[in-house]
Design a protein around this ligand. Structure first.
Ligand code: CMC
Length: 424
């Protein structure tokens, strides 16, 4: 389904006038098609941060940021979170439909069979310092997959590459962690489901098998589902941009992982827990911290708050807030205090003029860290978890772009503000 015609818009500049087509998507979103603008008038558009730029037509994810709606392929995130597994959601994003029983079993089996890494691949981890953050290690390893597997040339090979990526990413992530703490790598277990297998590779040691708690595995699966896609965000646009030069899938995904690392994007989940711990260490006063976040002379931001698209409550945060209470109650441990601080922060921001005026609400990263911590995921692995979750979305978006007959290399313009011609 492609966007339909929805009238025209006229742009007037001096004595120039141009009529531009308006396109409308299936949920009524409209965009002015400016692709002829420069050719006809010499003008380009300026849109720092691409806040008003539709870079593509896409049939994968729909977000209504005003109403707090998120749907994958038409299905509300709340329903998928309640009724699906992460691999079903991955299948949905990549193939466009939820799998039937047979397709699900085949897909599960296929992914399970490809979880191992080539033995030589392990040397890659050894070449990196133990103190390295696991995000660049994961990015490097996913790029290195392109050195072990040739670029897919047929649809069948592409299908295989997609399965390999989904299957090997948890192994890469867990090996990155094991390397950082100096423990032996734990090989995947075919008898375990996707999330349980990841927990096994993270926490088992040769002398003691980690017993997977189904509540923990389900909490992890839920987190992965909620992160699985989010239309044209920074990392996804990066994956599309890199792939638009015809760079291979593995390399494009590696670039997406790097983009995700930043603290304004996926890296925020690590920063949220560090912020909550800092508040707890200082005096537990959420109110004082909030004043700093509002002070324009202070660079502090309230991590896990605000979103470019959501101008009401992020629906993923709403699901996680509930899960957070359930998981922390069940797991006990030392996260209760952090959850109390998080809830207090939320309570006061929702009544605070600064946050109300700017329409800043908790985003997906605000509560995810508390759950990761409750289920024992180390803080520096939080953003790697986000990457594991976002993987099917990146793959689906990359495939959609490469199959689009209108696909062109991504290449924005600029307004040059440097020196005019001069000579040595
Ligand atoms: N704390 C305090 N003030 C904030 C915050 C915040 N977290 N977020 C935005 N603002 C203020 C900002 O200072 C600006 O104020 P003013 O109009 O007075 O200059 C106004 O709100 C608009 O902010 P912006 O930076 O122009 O908004 P943006 O759309 O460019 O940025 C954002 C969105 C998510 C980068 C930003 O809200 C932020 O830095 N949040 C904290 C980091 C974070 O939680 N990131 C995770 C995002 S969700 C997961 C993902 O998809 O990556």
């Amino acid at each position: 389904m492609s966007a339909k015609d929805a009238g025209e818009a006229t742009l007037q500049y001096g004595d120039q006038s141009i009529t531009l087509p308006v396109r409308e998507g299936s949920e009524g979103e409209r965009g002015v098609d400016i692709s002829a603008l420069r050719k006809e008038t010499g003008l380009i558009t300026i849109d720092p941060g691409y806040g008003n730029t539709g870079s593509c037509e896409s049939a994968i994810t729909f977000i209504d940021g005003e109403k707090g709606i998120l749907r994958y392929r038409g299905y509300p995130i709340e329903e998928l979170a309640e009724k699906s597994s992460f691999l079903e959601v991955a299948y949905l994003l990549i193939h466009g439909e939820l799998p039937n029983k047979e397709q699900r079993e085949e897909f599960d089996l296929d992914v399970t069979r490809h979880t191992m890494l080539h033995e030589d691949f392990k040397k890659l981890f050894g070449a990196m310092p133990k103190s390295a953050h696991p995000m660049p290690v994961t990015a490097a390893a996913s790029s290195a997959l392109a050195t072990f597997y040739q670029e897919p040339e047929t649809a069948e090979m592409m299908e295989r590459a997609v399965v390999r990526l989904l299957a090997k990413m948890p192994t890469i992530a867990a090996f990155a962690y094991k390397h950082s703490i100096g423990q032996p790598f734990m090989y995947p277990r075919n008898s375990l489901d996707y999330s349980s297998n990841f927990l096994h590779m993270m926490f088992s040691v040769p002398c003691e098998e980690y017993e997977v708690d189904p509540v923990v595995a389900r909490a992890l699966d839920l987190l992965l589902i909620l992160h699985a896609d989010h239309e044209q965000n920074c990392s996804t646009s990066t994956v599309r941009m890199v792939g638009s030069s015809r760079a291979p899938l593995f390399a494009s995904i590696s670039a997406g992982i790097s983009a995700l690392w930043g603290s304004l994007h996926g890296g925020a989940n690590q920063r949220v827990i560090e912020m909550l711990e800092q508040i707890e260490r200082e005096d537990g006063s959420a109110d004082k911290f909030l004043e700093r976040a509002k002070d324009k002379n202070d660079t502090t931001r309230l991590m896990g708050f605000g979103h470019r698209v959501y101008k009401s409550y992020d629906p993923r945060a709403a699901i996680l807030r509930k899960a957070c209470e359930d998981v922390t109650k069940r797991m006990g441990g030392d996260v209760g205090g952090l959850l109390d601080i998080a809830m207090r922060l939320e309570e006061i921001t929702l009544k605070d003029d600064y946050f109300i005026q700017r329409r800043l609400y908790p985003n997906v990263d605000f509560y995810s860290g508390v759950i990761y911590k409750a289920i024992g995921i180390p803080v520096n692995m939080f953003t790697v978890m986000f990457a594991m979750g976002r993987l099917p979305g990146w793959i689906a978006q990359w495939l959609e772009m490469r199959r689009d007959p209108a696909f062109r290399i991504g290449r924005p313009r600029q307004i040059y503000t440097g020196e005019t011609e001069r000579h040595i």
